[in-house]
Design a protein around this ligand. Structure first.
Ligand code: PLP
Length: 234
């Protein structure tokens, strides 16, 4: 087994163990492999090990990978855009990705909807919530979710699937859980109102257990699968 296949097995085992500990069905939690900065060859190894959902942060890099794998005939992959999105890059996301996790204003949502090619299914979107209230991070306040969700749900090119958050780094499990719980409550409220809502994208390498215990349905893991990132080449 190569490193990536081995790492994937370990991450999957961790997800299963975390789900089992809180009595959840393992199948409720999707693993999103975050492949930003990693070459196509690394993604190929993950595909060979059974991984199908990949997350990318940078529009240009992500689009190149989507194209590469489509041209290679690998049509069963799911591409998730998880980085900050500027309006001038929205078309690229609308045309190439299957999901966008970082919708945090109507302007971006409207553009994505208009720019989504008519021959593709609606773009799956998550509303990003700034749960730790950090000034530097993107996302809307939890009390703004209802209003934005109502607007997003009306857009024909989009399918509202749920919420996403990147909580501030926190090593204490109880505090991780408390923040994750707030997201789970907001998610449950939204789910009651919209039949399309089924996804809470929450949990990274260091807070995955707490996120799963709180109700996350999608964890985003990069380094633990692909190894440390090298940013010097960017
Ligand atoms: C990079 C990134 C991840 C993965 O982070 P790792 O620490 O490498 O596991 C998850 N979510 C988002 C939004 C990211 O940008």
């Amino acid at each position: 087994m190569n490193d990536i296949a081995h790492n994937l097995t370990q991450v999957r085992d961790k997800i299963s163990a975390a789900a089992a500990r809180c009595g959840r069905d393992r199948r409720e939690v999707t693993l999103l492999a975050v492949s930003k900065t990693k070459p196509a060859s690394a993604i190929e190894e993950a595909i060979a090990a059974g991984q199908r959902a990949f997350g990318e942060n940078y529009v240009q890099e992500g689009v190149e990978k989507v194209r590469y794998f489509r041209e290679a005939g690998q049509s069963d992959l799911q591409w998730h855009f998880i980085g900050p999105l500027q309006s001038n890059k929205s078309r690229q996301v609308a045309e190439h990705f299957d999901w966008c996790h970082t919708v945090d204003r109507l302007r971006i949502a409207s553009r994505l909807s208009e720019q989504r090619p008519k021959d593709l299914p609606p773009l799956n979107v998550l509303i990003q919530v700034n749960i730790s209230d950090e000034e530097s991070k993107s996302g809307i306040a939890p009390q703004e979710v209802d209003a934005l969700a109502a607007q997003v749900a009306e857009l024909p090119g989009l399918r509202l699937r749920g919420l996403m958050a990147i909580p501030a780094p926190e090593s204490d499990y109880e505090r991780q859980f408390a923040v994750a719980r707030q997201m789970a409550v907001a998610f449950a409220r939204l789910k009651e109102r919209y039949a399309t809502v089924d996804t809470l994208s929450l949990g990274m390498s260091d807070d995955m257990e707490a996120a799963i215990a709180a109700g996350s349905t999608m964890v985003r893991i990069g380094t633990a699968i692909f190894g440390a990132r090298d940013y010097t080449k960017r």
